[in-house]
Design a binder for this molecule. Structure first.
Ligand code: 15L
Length: 259
């Protein structure tokens, strides 16, 4: 089995690579500049917006983890080009190469203006908080379209905050630990015929507000809880709008301004 990871040199890709390697599986890792070698991984340079590069990257591939793109707010034009056109290019290349399964990195910011509550369903309809959030809502729709039209299995993961450690107090609720990320993407890669799904990417944090049920239906079991880092957090707890909505500080960040 060969798995293409786009944006594989980014934060999430770097955390995932060692956790997804296994016998009988080759990881093909793509980024704008050639990613560092590691294990038996194939590494290559190319942009997700380049149809030729993506066609070559998809050759002989069984599944794609599409992480490539802007991971924060940027200008409207950059966001459309990299995240929306880029994802369309990846899906088109995947369709032409008959790749059966795509896991799309979506984000909590697709639903950033949903009120914080208990167990927010993973398929809550979009309420983006930024242009970035809009792009994530659009890629979920593109994934739905390619599933319905072409029968591809598409799993959209609304990732909370995937870092080595929770990034501040808000992260105590939104953290997806690296090991849980490995377990979650492994479930996305191996669950038989998932069809089209939207799931949350989050650990079983004490302060969690996202539902785990949809990811657990794919066999994911979180073993981590951000609460063990609570005593180390020195930033002030979110207040006002940032405390009311899923997207936290993204809800008030200026639109189109890189942050
Ligand atoms: C995201 O979607 C970003 O890619 C990441 O950098 C974090 O900001 C994360 O959301 C978050 O909400 O913590």
């Amino acid at each position: 089995m060969r798995v293409l990871i786009t944006g594989g040199a980014g934060i999430v890709g770097t955390l995932l690579r060692p956790r997804l390697r296994q016998a009988g599986r080759t990881l093909r890792v793509l980024d704008l500049t050639t990613p560092e070698a590691g294990g038996d991984d194939e590494v290559l340079a190319g942009s997700v917006t380049d149809p030729d590069a993506m066609a070559a990257a998809c050759e002989g591939v069984d599944a794609i983890i599409h992480l490539g793109g802007r991971s924060r707010e940027a200008s409207w034009e950059d966001t459309v080009e990299t995240n929306i056109n880029g994802t369309h290019t990846v899906l088109e290349a995947a369709r032409a190469a008959r790749v059966g399964r795509i896991i799309l990195a979506s984000s909590n910011h697709a639903v950033g203006f949903r009120e914080l509550g208990k167990d927010l369903p993973a398929d809550s309809t979009p309420r983006p908080d930024t242009y970035y959030g809009v792009s994530k809502a659009v890629i979920e729709s593109l994934g739905s379209l390619y599933h319905s039209r072409f029968g591809m299995d598409v799993v959209c993961v609304r990732i909370g905050s995937c870092f080595e450690r929770p990034p501040g107090v808000r992260g105590l609720a939104t953290w997806l630990s690296p090991d849980d990320a490995g377990r979650l993407f492994e479930a996305c890669l191996t669950y038989p015929s998932p069809g089209y799904r939207v799931i949350w990417g989050v650990s079983d944090n004490t302060r969690r507000v996202y539902s785990l049920a949809e990811a657990e239906a794919l066999g994911y079991r979180s073993r981590d809880d951000a609460e063990k880092f609570a005593a180390e957090m020195t930033d002030p707890a979110p207040t006002g709008v940032a405390a009311q909505y899923v997207g936290g500080p993204f809800c008030t960040a200026p639109l189109g301004v890189p942050n």
